[in-house]
Design a protein around this ligand. Structure first.
Ligand code: DC
Length: 325
């Protein structure tokens, strides 16, 4: 809603009507109604709105909520004291149920973008802020590539790759909120981070049978748990109906710089020029494949992360989600 007297009046009226209806209560059973609102509501006391909604007899009280980071904007809460014979029924309007993670339905967030755009760092930060899981879908394609390397297949031979992927035992588990990628029961979370696996993952991910296998697994996880999925085709293909879609971009030079720093910290000896070349090549492969190429969904929010910190990007995403709720 917006902060106008009409909107506050209408929304408070709607909220009270639903509270009384869902609790099977007549208006005259109300003894006292307490309302609180966030500080961005300045146009009308919610208690005044309740008075105007026909609660003229009972005691009414309005209070201001403290500004807590991550709280929903323009939010009104109400508590009714009334003669109730049963347990009270809680009422949430306009998606405010997200405030109650224990009650809310599964929420999914799609986060796409090219290599080095900051997806995986941002995904983990957002997951942390929203208390949901972060699913790195690239790790699954990487595990598929590692399987091919270990099996010694000729990657350009479709039938050989297909035979290996058909029987892949790939699972994703979480320990202390951290994603583990298990290939044939072995934790390969570190082994999939090499430059060789990066290039091959980009290559084998172009095979439709590899994609359908991975997408099936991703959809199954997304259906079960609230999570932010980062990848290349989440908003366009894996979860096309997802209400929260984001697409991160950054110049190839900046993305290569980030990857170079990360890899160096892990002991890599690759030069910046080599990393840049690989990033450009992966962009080309990922964007030009026939099936589910790297592409922004029409309804995705684009964020250029070139001059932003990961924290800033995560905050932008959380704010956009809250504004949409
Ligand atoms: O995000 P990443 O660098 O870990 O991904 C490795 C490769 O996997 C990437 O180059 C393309 C592929 N991939 C994909 O095709 N679709 C996804 N949803 C995620 C990754």
């Amino acid at each position: 809603m917006r902060d106008s007297a009409e909107e506050v009046r209408a929304k408070v009226g709607e909220l009270l009507e639903k509270v009384f209806k869902d609790n099977g209560l007549a208006k005259d059973r109300a003894v006292c109604i307490m309302l609180s609102s966030t500080a961005d509501i300045k146009s009308l006391y919610p208690a005044k709105a309740a008075r105007e909604a026909g609660f003229s007899e009972c005691a009414l009280f309005s209070s201001l909520e403290p500004p807590i980071e991550g709280s929903l904007p323009l939010c009104v809460r109400v508590m009714v004291l009334a003669g109730l014979d049963a347990k009270p029924v809680h009422v949430y309007l306009h998606g405010a149920k997200v405030l109650r993670k224990d009650l809310s339905e599964v929420i999914n967030i799609a986060l796409d973008g090219p290599a080095g755009s900051g997806k995986s760092t941002v995904s983990k930060l957002v997951a942390n802020k929203l208390d949901i899981l972060s699913l790195d879908t690239g790790a699954m394609y990487r595990a598929a590539a590692l399987k091919c390397i270990r099996a010694g297949v000729d990657y350009s031979e479709k039938s050989q790759v297909e035979a290996v992927i058909e029987n892949i035992d790939l699972r994703v588990e979480y320990r202390d909120g951290k994603q583990l990628t298990l290939l044939d029961g072995e934790d390969v979370s570190n082994d999939i981070r090499t430059a060789q696996v990066s290039m091959l993952a980009s290559y084998v991910s172009a095979y439709p049978f590899v994609r359908s296998k991975m997408v099936e697994l991703q959809r199954e996880i997304a259906k079960r748990v609230s999570c932010i999925l980062d990848g290349r085709d989440i908003g366009t293909n894996v979860l096309p109906d997802c209400p929260f879609k984001f697409f991160l971009t950054a110049t190839p030079e900046i993305r290569a710089g980030r990857r170079f720093d990360e890899d160096r910290a892990k002991g890599s000896k690759q030069s910046y020029e080599e990393v840049l070349k690989q990033i450009v090549e992966r962009d080309r492969q990922d964007s030009n494949r026939a099936v589910a190429p790297l592409k922004r969904a029409d309804d995705a929010v684009v964020i250029d992360t070139s001059h932003m910190t990961a924290e800033e990007v995560a905050a932008t995403i959380c704010k956009a989600i809250q504004q949409k709720i």
